[in-house]
Unconditional design. Structure first.
Length: 59
């Protein structure tokens, strides 16, 4: 995952730029949380179907 930018913007940034930086940081944090949840829940794993082929070893 991406390393999040620092939550505290520099002191000499205009208020509009500061707001944009904060919103970008919050969006990145939300994205990282969502990716973490998907990885933990197994959403990225492919679904496998059950095969109905009989076992041949005992015949």
């Amino acid at each position: 995952m991406d390393k999040p930018p620092s939550p505290n913007p520099p002191e000499k940034v205009a208020p509009a730029d500061s707001l944009k930086l904060r919103q970008a940081w919050e969006a990145q944090q939300k994205r990282n949380r969502d990716i973490g949840h998907m990885l933990k829940s197994g959403s990225f794993q492919q679904h496998t179907f059950k095969r109905n082929i009989p076992h041949v070893r005992g015949r």
